[in-house]
Design a protein around this ligand. Structure first.
Ligand SMILES: NC(=O)c1ccc[n+]([C@@H]2O[C@H](COP(=O)([O-])OP(=O)(O)OC[C@H]3O[C@@H](n4cnc5c(N)ncnc54)[C@H](OP(=O)(O)O)[C@@H]3O)[C@@H](O)[C@H]2O)c1
Length: 274
């Protein structure tokens, strides 16, 4: 064991195990607790039988399924809680309030990585609350997003929202190509290049959103409504599910109906903002 802080990890699921292993690798004295006995104890860590025993460590890292699991496990003997359990911004705020009321230092973090990336520079951990990131450096690159509780959880859901939209769009497209006899292996490389081009458009879109300025000589909402109707029809013709293109068509259509037909795609945010 090194001379570093003692750290407990509550939860030895896929992510919790990776976190505990990374802490051991960094020379922390690591205590671990898990509800069921079937999860292996990371080599170099010490297993404890109750969450209360885990609170003896200077820092308690919690990585559990959700806040419903986390809440009943918390105790005011904890000195510093680094909560890496995913949840809504409201759940993060409530836990921050609980921590304040019980004199517990609180860091709320979200892991933008899969377990296999933990401990590598590619793993970003966004966090709010206390500016001291404590042990987060062992997991990857800590990125402080601000003091306000719930901010990291908001970033998490916002970034995952982009990811899920891309995954959904990719799977719809792949099903459409499959129905046309084109394999995912043949189609996917084109998607990678296309995503890079689409990604390059986002800074400009972000500026339009910030300025509420939707003048465009590139691509207007009208033409995108027509395109989304075609995508919906093409999916239907192939007997595919149309929920996703229909939802997007509906969203863009409402922007068109609100008078944004000749405005840029960024104007769709006016419908989303309500
Ligand atoms: N995996 C990822 O790629 C990833 C990426 C970013 C963030 N996260 C977040 O990390 C958190 C953990 O994810 P995971 O992938 O590690 O999940 P997981 O493999 O399903 O592990 C869930 C953990 O929660 C524990 N748990 C569940 N219900 C419990 C209960 N009623 N009482 C006590 N403990 C309970 C499990 O204990 P048992 O072993 O006893 O069931 C296990 O330790 C989630 O909030 C997830 O969103 C995960």
């Amino acid at each position: 064991m090194g001379t570093k802080k003692s750290v407990s990890v509550l939860g030895l699921g896929r992510m919790g195990s990776a976190l505990a292993n990374a802490l051991v690798g960094e020379g922390y004295e690591v205590l671990v607790w898990n509800r069921s006995a079937d999860k292996a104890t990371p080599v170099g860590a010490k297993r404890v039988g109750t969450p209360e025993e885990a609170f003896a460590a200077e820092v308690v890292v919690a990585c559990l399924t959700n806040y419903d699991v986390l809440r009943p496990l918390l105790g005011n003997e904890i000195r510093t809680l680094v909560n890496l359990t995913s949840g809504t911004p409201q759940e993060a705020r409530e836990t921050a309030r609980w921590a304040r009321e019980h004199g517990v230092e609180y860091v709320d973090g979200v892991i933008m990585a899969v377990p296999q990336q933990i401990g590598t520079p590619g793993a970003r951990v966004l966090f709010d609350g206390s500016e001291n990131h404590h042990v987060l450096g062992a997991f990857g690159e800590p990125v402080y997003v601000g003091a306000e509780a719930g901010l990291a959880a908001t970033y998490d859901l916002a970034l995952l929202g982009v990811m899920w939209s891309v995954f959904g769009g990719y799977l719809q497209a792949t099903a459409l190509m499959e129905a046309a006899g084109v394999s995912p292996e043949r189609f996917t490389p084109l998607v990678g290049d296309w995503l890079a081009e689409v990604g390059a458009m986002l800074p400009e879109m972000g500026q339009e959103v910030r300025r509420n300025d939707y003048e465009t000589d590139v691509s207007a909402v009208d033409i995108n409504v027509a395109g989304l109707r075609m995508l919906t029809e093409a999916s239907r013709e192939q007997g595919l599910d149309t929920a996703l293109p229909q939802a997007l068509h509906g969203l863009f259509l409402r922007a068109q109906q609100a008078g944004h037909g000749q405005h840029s795609v960024a104007s769709v945010i006016e419908v989303i903002r309500k």
